[in-house]
Design a protein around this ligand. Structure first.
Ligand code: MOS
Length: 730
């Protein structure tokens, strides 16, 4: 089924199951320890354990490795290095690639700290780890570059993010009466999911099966096959439960490649997990950015010139952080200059982390909007309302937004938060040692979609099974896909079983880029539509006037229970939702507004977020419980990006030194106050037949700027170098 024109009325609109607040179907499994994660599988026989040995330098060459003690150590079955590694697919870059070969142990060169340099397999994990540490490695180190601000001169255009050049920005900026020209910096950040990368690989002849932790099953299936130089169909990936990802499980790393190779060589299952420090340095992180934002307006606050330049660094061939992309679409402004640049650094691989681009881009843009509002002596909410635009501001009215309720989120948010109580002058509200302030920011996240397939099976007992490769990374996929299928077939949710995360199921969107829920629900919609059609044809009913309600198929005054339709063998249908060019015809994004109240201690500089309100318009809310959880998680991460999160680069050795959850600071419960989330009604019929858009990453977008703007309102101190830790406040 191809989605190529705006969705009309369809069974999803019945809303008997969809849009209802169902708790997660997988919740009881998770809290009772019955949800099995990749490292918890044992394999048919007891698996051998692999341990990855990581490089102790960031850049250079391995001169020699003495394996003699390791190979003689108790329990050791295999030691893999670049000298005995079987041939693999080639890659142009040390940064792992989606769906492409990402070889491990491919030569003596070291490109980043903690790069895998050996893999020791033994009968127990402890034996493997002990033996790995007996390997003696001699390196010839080379000089690397680890600091973004020192490599800006070598920056080049980022081919993934086109320059936006509209009108004459420089002239308009020069001539405008009110303007700001500000530079922000954001640090390297880590996704830090609870479950690190882990894999259990086993072979049956030419057939490889891997339990692993991944966000998009067919991407890792294709990438692993290309790495091992075997057909994709010979690789089966299973990822039924994923303990968080936040982008770090869009790629695949040493664990899955080395477990697969070792298992084949040994003829037995091999399991391995990356250690927490290896997670931080040897998977991927969000690259640091330096961003210059120039905004100019007339005296009424109408934007005349919008400029955003951003720089980030990565290993050769790696992607840049697209931190300026949202600025192309968020606000009006006749003259525009928006550019993304990247430079080479020898830090560990940079890649996607939750809301790549917007999450840090809005820290800069929305901070600059706050400063512009102050320069204009205008309320920051009003400044945003004045500059709302209902079409792509680069391409003009011929490319409208599919739906855009930014202004409504701003009005509703300001009203519910009590924005009118904010003191315009900073530093006015004091409670003992604490200075109190309010701030706000807009939220924006591009709405993307991916082709997504599913199979639905009406079983002889009248219940329905759904099978799709889509993953559930803690987000609620099991639940919302069950709801969609239940709605389509007129069943209660309890009569639907959802099976996910298996490459044997129809290829699906997976969890990434906030496209997962909308795309995979559309895939289930397509498969259910096929099943409905086949059932009504089988019964001789006119398809257009057939309805599915209360466990029965109805047409006119005829009614047949689904239990009779299924027969003895059940009845199944499969289809894939693909997408026409509506995403070209319409600019598509989710929108919202965040409001924050903070208290900053005037003695210690400590900042506490006191309350936050987020009003979001995300298309149809398929399930308000899971959508709200997504938003709360995003807001929490946004608060972390404002106040805490920072990978510390050691410029002498080229590694992130705070490589564990004790030292990489993320918010915990005690840091997060009650958060309020409000959904505005927003059916987006151009986005999908579900009329939903993305929610996953919107929560993080803009939150940090709202907190920073509130800190300014509290203290009168402007900070643009994230995170805004207490040493900077004082
Ligand atoms: Mo997201 S960074 O696409 O998991």
């Amino acid at each position: 089924m191809k989605f190529s024109k705006p969705a009309g009325i369809n069974p999803i609109d019945n809303q008997k199951v969809v849009t209802r607040p169902h708790v997660r179907l997988d919740g009881p499994l998770k809290v009772s320890g019955k949800a099995t994660y990749a490292y918890e599988y044992r394999g048919e026989e007891q698996a051998a354990y692999g341990y990855v040995l990581s490089a102790g330098i960031a850049k250079g060459t391995i001169e020699s490795m003495d394996l003699s003690r390791a190979e003689a150590a108790p329990g050791v079955l295999l030691v893999l290095t670049h000298e005995n590694m079987p041939e693999q697919g080639k890659s142009e870059t040390p940064v792992p690639q989606q769906q492409k070969a990402s070889p491990q142990l491919s030569g003596p060169d070291v490109s980043f700290y903690h790069q895998a340099i050996a893999f020791v397999v033994a009968k127990s994990f402890e034996q493997a780890r002990a033996a790995a540490n007996m390997i003696e490695v001699k390196y010839t180190p080379a000089k690397g570059h680890y600091e973004l601000d020192k490599q800006l001169k070598a920056a080049k255009p980022d081919e993934d993010s086109e320059d936006s050049v509209v009108g004459d920005f420089e002239q308009a900026f020069r001539a405008a009466p009110v303007k700001v020209d500000l530079t922000f910096s954001t640090p390297d950040q880590s996704q830090s999911p609870m479950e690190p990368q882990a894999s259990l690989a086993s072979w049956d002849g030419d057939q490889l099966t891997v339990y692993t932790s991944h966000q998009v099953v067919h991407w890792v299936q294709a990438g692993l096959a290309a790495t091992l130089k075997i057909p994709k169909k010979n690789v089966r990936i299973l990822s039924p439960f994923v303990g968080g990802g936040f982008g770090s499980k869009l790629l695949f790393f040493a664990d899955i490649v080395l477990a697969s190779v070792a298992s084949r060589l040994l003829g037995q299952p091999v399991k391995t997990a990356l250690t927490r420090p290896q997670y931080y340095n040897a998977t991927s992180h969000r690259p640091a950015t330096i961003q210059r934002v120039r905004l100019a307006a007339d005296r009424n606050g109408q934007l005349l010139a919008v400029g955003h330049d951003t720089w980030s660094g990565n290993l050769p061939g790696g992607e840049g952080e697209p931190a300026a992309d949202q600025t192309k679409l968020l606000y009006a402004g006749e003259h525009r200059l928006i550019r993304t640049r990247k430079t080479e650094l020898d830090l560990p691989p940079g890649a996607s982390m939750r809301a790549p681009g917007e999450a840090v881009g809005l820290l800069a843009l929305e901070g600059a909007m706050d400063e512009l509002a102050e320069a204009l002596d205008l309320d920051p909410v009003k400044l945003r309302i004045i500059n709302d635009v209902q079409h792509d501001p680069e391409k003009g009215p011929q490319r409208p937004f599919s739906s855009r309720r930014l202004v409504d989120t701003l009005y509703v948010g300001a009203d519910r938060f009590g924005w009118d109580k904010r003191q315009k002058q900073p530093g006015q509200v004091r409670e003992g040692e604490w200075l109190i302030g309010m701030g706000m920011a807009s939220a924006f996240r591009a709405n993307m979609v991916q082709p997504s397939g599913a199979k639905v099976i009406l079983q002889p007992d009248g219940t329905l099974a759904v099978e799709t490769q889509m993953t559930d990374i803690g987000t609620g996929s099991y639940t919302i896909l069950g709801q969609v299928a239940a709605e389509m077939l007129g069943l209660p949710l309890e009569q639907v079983t959802v099976r996910l995360g298996d490459s044997d199921y129809p290829q699906a969107a997976g969890s990434g880029g906030s496209f997962g829920a909308n795309s995979s629900a559309s895939g289930v919609y397509a498969a259910c539509t096929a099943l409905r059609n086949s059932i009504s044809q089988r019964l001789g009913f006119a398809v257009a006037s057939t309805t599915f309600e209360d466990g029965a198929v109805k047409c006119g005054d005829q009614q047949v229970p689904l239990t009779e339709v299924a027969g003895n063998d059940g009845l199944s249908a499969e289809d894939t939702m693909t997408w026409g060019d509506l995403t070209e015809q319409y600019a598509q994004a989710s929108f919202g507004a965040h409001f924050a109240e903070v208290a900053v201690n005037s003695v210690t500089g400590e900042t506490r977020v006191r309350r936050m309100l987020s009003v979001v318009a995300i298309g149809r809310v398929m399930n308000p419980v899971t959508a709200r959880s997504q938003c709360l998680g995003g807001i929490t991460m946004g608060i972390g990006s404002a106040l805490m999160e920072r990978l510390e680069v050691d410029p002498r050795y080229g590694l992130f030194i705070n490589h564990d959850l004790a030292e990489y600071q993320v918010p915990v419960h005690a840091d997060i106050p009650d958060l309020d989330v409000v959904f505005l009604e927003d059916l987006d019929d151009k986005s999908s037949p579900i009329k939903a858009k993305g929610m996953g990453e919107l929560g993080i977008c803009g939150v940090g700027a709202a907190v920073a703007n509130a800190m300014y309102n509290a203290t009168g101190v402007r900070l643009r170098d994230f995170p805004l830790t207490l040493d900077k406040v004082l």
